[in-house]
Design a protein around this ligand. Structure first.
Ligand code: TXE
Length: 494
């Protein structure tokens, strides 16, 4: 990977510039400084990458590699991620502006993801089916889809990429990945790792560039069998429409508006601490961020006062500022969006209790936004219904369990949510009633690669991680083998 001479397209096992020589400068959102220059791929570059991926798939060197060996390869990737963790974390922190400790935690999670899919690569060999005829061997086998188009966002650039790359490779596919144009570097590094470890040429391809130029080719090209996308709802819809024209498999993870429900019997200190973590970790740039606080009216005043006091003391800073507790937003444009989102929430009647500003003169160099609490929200407030994607917690109150559930489900999204209570029966009832793909009881944010991740309703289609995360990259084939062929007699000879 040679970021500074801008040969960052990885196509058919070789690094290359964009065909028209175009480049893009990457800016660290925490400092406003230049991080590096990458190639700005064109539609022609994307088509070249798809052709390479198709050749590699048809050639079969990877898909015919025994699944257990593909798994071993992924285990070696996990080990290499561990060895190069500091380098990867630094690159991620520079591109995203997130704190180095958070980027380091991401790298551990990425290694775990490769390890998990490495271990289960050969766990899905298919099954025999009783065809009702002893002469017939009927079996269902799971085969790779072919060329996968992987499109990833800027908040967890390599983590989201690994949730796609690891199962795609475990299943025997080839792929073309387009990282977010804002945060490409760690995706380039992983391509380097895959190449250095001996992945056959053309199986992994990276084309840096925009969604309109590169992404659109991946979603419309007839040789791409599947598109897996993580990003915003509007882009997800556009991708689904584009992919429909060639009837591709699609997997979409489109964010959420995630409820965090606090019952009065909850462990108060843990619930408060985790409410901060739910909403403000990574500056709220987390698809599962618990930004919709729904708290029982009997404890709401104290809880929100304490939340505001703690939010006011959160220290913002750049990726390598050791005093920082949270980082910046991804770009100036995104900060403008969050600013507008908060202003609209206040205009619709929310009470701004803290934040609502960029954080003062010391934060001018980066794209910071102070942790914000919008109190006294009504359900129809746009700040409650829209995914703000920033460090903004909205507050609603409830009286009864039924009301809490109704509020928590009153969203077009359904990615995740949490319930805080010490009563087992309440926890069980509410967790089953929430229409969200992941539910935490007395916790917020943890996920494990063994368990499925994905959205109900408009939060997406399909699942990442877990056994379903591998199946997304496979297709079932039924092989019906009659070992004693016979004349059927349906159309007798005249
Ligand atoms: O993301 P986009 P944006 C949400 C969050 C945010 C909103 C918009 O609410 O405010 O999305 O963010 C590529 N064909 N999330 O505009 O556009 C693009 O180049 C193919 C939630 O920055 O969704 C990038 O690689 N690809 C989320 C990727 O899509 C296209 C994480 C994501 O960008 C394309 C990020 C097209 N037509 C934002 N247009 C999560 N679920 O975690 C863009 N892209």
């Amino acid at each position: 990977m040679t970021s500074n001479n801008a040969e960052t397209l990885f196509i058919d096992g070789a690094w290359a510039p964009a065909e028209n020589g175009a480049t893009r400068t990457i800016i660290c959102p925490g400092t406003g400084e230049e991080v590096g220059t990458v190639s700005e791929g064109t539609p022609a570059d994307a088509r070249r990458a798809v052709a390479a991926a198709k050749r590699a798939f048809d050639d079969g060197a990877w898909r015919r590699t025994p699944a257990a060996e593909r798994g071993d390869f992924l285990l070696r990737v996990a080990a290499e991620m561990g060895r190069r963790k500091a380098e990867f974390a630094r690159a991620e922190a520079l591109d995203t502006g997130k704190r180095l400790v958070e980027a380091e935690a991401d790298m551990d999670d990425i290694a775990s993801c490769f390890r998990y899919f490495g271990k289960i690569a050969d766990s899905h060999p298919g099954r025999l089916v009783d065809a009702g005829n002893p002469a017939v061997i009927s079996r269902v086998v799971y085969e790779p889809v072919g060329v996968c188009g992987l499109i990833t966002p800027w908040n967890f650039p390599l983590l989201q990429a690994s949730w796609k790359i690891a199962p795609a490779l475990a299943a025997g596919n080839s792929f073309v990945i387009k990282p977010s144009e804002l945060t490409p570097h760690t995706t380039l590094l992983i391509a380097e790792v895959l190449n250095d470890l001996g992945l056959p040429r053309g199986v992994a391809n990276v084309v840096t560039g925009t969604g309109a130029d590169v992404g659109a080719v991946l979603t419309s090209h007839e040789d791409v069998g599947m598109v897996s996308f993580t990003g915003g709802l509007a882009t997800g819809r556009a991708i689904a429409e584009s992919a429909a024209k060639t009837v591709k498999k699609i997997a979409l993870e489109l964010g959420g508006k995630n409820p965090n429900v606090i019952f009065p019997d909850a462990d108060y200190d843990a619930a408060l601490d985790n409410a901060l973590n739910a909403g403000f970790l990574d500056s709220g740039l987390v698809c599962s961020a618990g930004t919709r606080l729904i708290v029982h009216e009997s404890i709401a005043r104290r809880f929100v006062d304490d939340l505001v006091e703690r939010a006011n003391s959160i220290v913002m800073g750049g990726p390598f500022d050791e005093s920082a507790q949270t980082g910046p937003l991804i770009s100036k444009e995104h900060r403008d969006k969050v600013t507008d989102y908060v202003n609209r929430g206040v205009a619709a009647g929310a009470r701004l209790r803290c934040g609502g500003h960029w954080g003062g003169a010391e934060h001018e160099a980066g794209f910071f936004y102070a942790p914000t609490v919008l109190d006294e929200c009504t359900r129809d407030n746009p700040a409650v219904q829209e995914e703000g994607f920033g460090p903004v917690i909205t507050v609603e109150t409830f009286r009864t369990e039924e009301e809490a559930i109704a509020i928590a489900n009153d969203t077009m999204y359904g990615l995740s949510g949490a319930v805080w209570t010490t009563d087992m029966a309440t926890a069980n009832r509410v967790s089953r009633a929430l229409q969200h793909g992941t539910v935490w009881i007395n916790d917020y944010h943890p996920y494990i690669p063994q368990a499925e991740w994905g959205g109900f309703k408009m939060s997406g289609i399909g699942r990442e991680l877990g056994p379903s995360g591998l199946e997304e990259y496979q297709q079932a084939k039924h092989i019906y083998h009659n070992t004693e062929p016979a004349v059927t007699g349906w159309f007798p000879k005249a």
